[in-house]
Design a protein around this ligand. Structure first.
Ligand SMILES: Cc1ncc(C[n+]2csc(CCOP(=O)(O)OP(=O)(O)O)c2C)c(N)n1
Ligand code: SF4
Ligand SMILES: [Mg+2]
Length: 286
């Protein structure tokens, strides 16, 4: 497959020139093409925000949900048809703020989905308010004296909850980000890929230059199955590690744990509902 297979005939992209979202879109298309996942096999679920526009900019099935609500429909879609590749993709505000509760419980359920978060440490769409990952002291037109709360650390939270795949990438490095996204999609279970994404319009602190100075990759000797070491890496502050922090291949997925699939492999969407069950459902509504 080719990245052109994901191109739409005509699109009007409403991202600013220089935004890190373009690189993430291109990287995702390359990863999908290399994994030979067709647009027909794929569903991308997003919420609201600049990042959440991504499924409208390439050829895929998609569901654009309410703010912060990408993960529940993504979990449901995968449960109804486990043959699909399901990606829940949105911004840091959408996934960790408005959707923070769903983030935690999706990790607990471990659906076989990939969760890609464009982490620009700001609310881009609504013109630059602080997000949960904004640095302490980050000044905005709303937080005029600077942010007073500690930033949310999605990597630490995910490792603490024993998420089955936890990674961080940087939009400015397409080659490495592509490798990480491909591994996340191939992973069986919930896979978090938090991607540092420069917002050139509203985040003048965490710029391309800033990231270059503040990131480094976990080296080849790093053991991603060691949860304690992964947690230690996740709380490093001076330089921020990138790569796969943590991997737990021993967890069953949400779909595997569902009683209905233990009894019958047939995807839910293919099953016929018996008439008496429909009558029961109608009666419940009354
Ligand atoms: C319930 C609700 N609250 C607030 C908003 C306004 N709103 C839309 S997008 C957004 C922030 C998005 O930030 P983020 O998820 O980081 O995405 P980005 O635009 O930075 O990619 C907010 C607050 C909304 N649409 N719905
Ligand atoms: S406001 Fe920021 S996140 Fe939104 S398109 Fe512009 S640069 Fe990208
Ligand atoms: Mg954001």
């Amino acid at each position: 497959m080719d990245t052109k297979d994901y191109d739409l005939a005509s699109i009007d992209i409403a991202w600013c020139p220089g935004c890190g979202n373009y690189a993430i879109l291109n990287t995702l298309k390359q990863a999908l093409a290399e994994l030979k996942i067709s647009p027909q096999q794929l569903v991308v679920v997003s919420g609201i925000g600049q990042a959440a526009k991504i499924p409208q900019y390439f050829k895929t099935n998609y569901f654009n949900g309410l703010h912060g609500r990408a993960l529940p429909p993504a979990t449901g879609i995968k449960a109804a048809n486990p043959n699909l590749t399901v990606i829940a993709e949105s911004g840091d505000g959408d996934m960790y703020g408005e959707g923070g509760n769903h983030f935690i419980h999706a990790i607990r359920r471990n659906p076989d989905i990939t969760n890609i978060v464009h982490n620009n440490m700001v609310y881009g769409l609504t013109k630059g308010q602080a997000s949960p990952t904004s640095e302490l002291g980050f000044r905005t037109p709303i937080q005029v004296n600077g942010v007073v709360s500690q930033p949310f650390n999605p990597i630490s939270i995910a490792i603490a909850l024993d998420a089955s795949f936890v990674a961080r990438a940087y939009a400015g490095d397409i080659k490495e980000t592509k490798k990480i996204i491909k591994k996340a999609i191939q992973h069986k279970g919930y896979a978090l890929v938090d991607i540092f994404q420069p917002c050139v319009s509203f985040n003048k602190i965490n710029t391309y230059d800033w990231f270059k100075e503040h990131i480094y990759y976990l080296d080849s000797r790093y053991d991603e199955t060691n949860r304690i070491e992964a947690f230690e890496k996740s709380i490093e502050q001076n330089k921020l590690p990138l790569g796969i922090f943590y991997l737990n291949k021993n967890k069953k997925t949400f779909e595997q744990n569902l009683k209905t699939y233990k009894q019958n492999n047939n995807p839910l969407y293919k099953r016929k509902i018996k008439k008496d069950k429909i009558v029961k459902l109608i009666n419940l509504k009354k």
